[in-house]
Design a protein around this ligand. Sequence first.
Ligand SMILES: [Fe+2]
Length: 438
Amino acid sequence: MTENDTLRERIAAELAAARDRTTLLTTIVDEADLVRQHSPLMSPLVWDLAHVANQEELWLLREVGGRIPMHPEIDPLYDAFEHPRAKRPSLPLLQPDEARSYGHEVRGRVMDLLERAQFGRTQLTDGGFVFGMIAQHEQQHDETMLATHQLRAGAAVLSAPPPPPAPADAAALPAEVYVPGGPFTMGTSTEPWALDNERPAHVVDVPAFYLDTTPVTNAAYAEFIADGGYDDPRWWTAEGWAHRQRAGLRAPLFWRWEGEWVRVSFGIANPIVPNEPVLHVCWYEADAYARWAGRRLPSEAEWEKAARYDPVSGRSRRYPWGEETPSPSLANLGQRHLAPAPAGSYPAGAAPSGARQLIGDVWEWTSSDFLPYPGFVAWPYKEYSEVFFGPEYKVLRGGAFGVSPVACRGTFRNWDYPIRRQIFAGFRTARPAAERAL
Ligand SMILES: [Fe+2]
């Protein structure tokens, strides 16, 4: 098999995996649920369904294949920049059947195109980039649709086996790991499917620090609540405190007090699992918890150094465990489970520092604003990342249980507003290493 054939097979497999997941998320509810808006924060599921097909048509059939638009009149309906999510239900959207057949038709033509595709004749197709971009895009919308499922009221429809129990050594793990100071390579110039905001590779000097070995757990977060963390402005930034007051925050989203803390997960209420990483907290809550604990959130550079830097080789790895593609023994990704695994899981996926679960389980808030790396070039369009750069967005790293391996790596950057809680986000805390001598 030629290198091109291998690439073609990988692309076909990734596109098929994304479509299988989209199909699951959009056939497990009835048509009324597909067109309904479950939260003003989210699009109706039927919008996502046609939007992924529209982006696939735009980039693969039109840009790469040079085809004429199939339905130019619908393009504006599915332009994410033209209509905010809250307004999307009032648009003359394709009905579920129409959206499905549009997606099916686009995909059929894409598979024909892929058969004959020559990679590397243009920058767009080099290493199969634009095909990888579209597979990642659909998986990212699948993650968004999973968040819509979590917000949806009504009987549970999704199911999956629970994550494996914590490994034997989890309870005895040190609370924090040491990451040595010095320069390391952040970002990438070589990962073929990396997006523009992950590029280029550049050297960053990061002083030594300590990082939590695992994400902060429900039990630890419940202590913050019990200690009056939500009522003490000392732990909150001014904006964070104002938001906490305005929004009436008292606990993570989907938690409720019934004599004990209960969490609703995909329509099923259960007492919180003490050793599970906390989920659905906003940046302000994560930041307040860290201050209460006498610590702080890690910066984005610290997070990436802890996840990628190998002090033995001096190089940065693709993933905490090395170069190997994520698999079920390394990380909780790909919606195999509908919850994060207990803190301390996946010893085989640990970073050289000993930190666990940096990839998978929960997105992790960092202290950093979403900014371009030195030498950033918008590619292939400035609405991918460039228009979002600025202090209004905070960076999240690592990916959650609902993130596909194709859209997750040590360099992958996610961003959102510091008030957002519907995303599958938790966090871990850090402190400077200089404090060690005290
Ligand atoms: Fe999109």
